[in-house]
Design a protein. Structure first.
Length: 115
């Protein structure tokens, strides 16, 4: 189990980005005080569908929509071999409560960029 490390994007100039190769189950730290983007690059030979699941996520009431069960986690779209997807973590914050695990992405290269 690896921890997907964040790379700070504040300040000026170039910096090396930390890349984590995912296993069967990995974790990430969501810092709600920073804007962050999770980047997933599928370097495998087949499609993968990662699930991002916070252990403390529960039902959320959204005006005009109703109750959403975030305890089941956020299922990424299927990422084809050779494709790269990103998700701004603030847009799925309700799914990121407590310890956050990422499953279903075995061998994907992951990066978190924090701003």
């Amino acid at each position: 189990m690896a921890v997907i490390a964040a790379t700070s994007q504040t300040g000026s100039g170039a910096r090396e980005v930390t890349v984590t190769t995912l296993g069967a189950s990995d974790t990430l730290v969501y810092n709600q005080n920073k804007s962050a983007t999770l980047v997933l690059n599928n370097v495998t030979a087949g499609p993968l569908t990662p699930l991002i699941d916070g252990a403390g996520s529960t039902d959320v009431i959204i005006k005009g929509i109703g109750t959403i069960d975030t305890s089941v986690g956020y299922l990424m779209p299927s990422i084809a071999a050779g494709a790269t997807f990103s998700v701004p973590l603030d847009t799925i914050a309700e799914f990121l409560k407590g310890v956050v695990t990422v499953t279903g992405g075995d061998a994907i290269e992951a990066q978190i960029l924090e701003y």
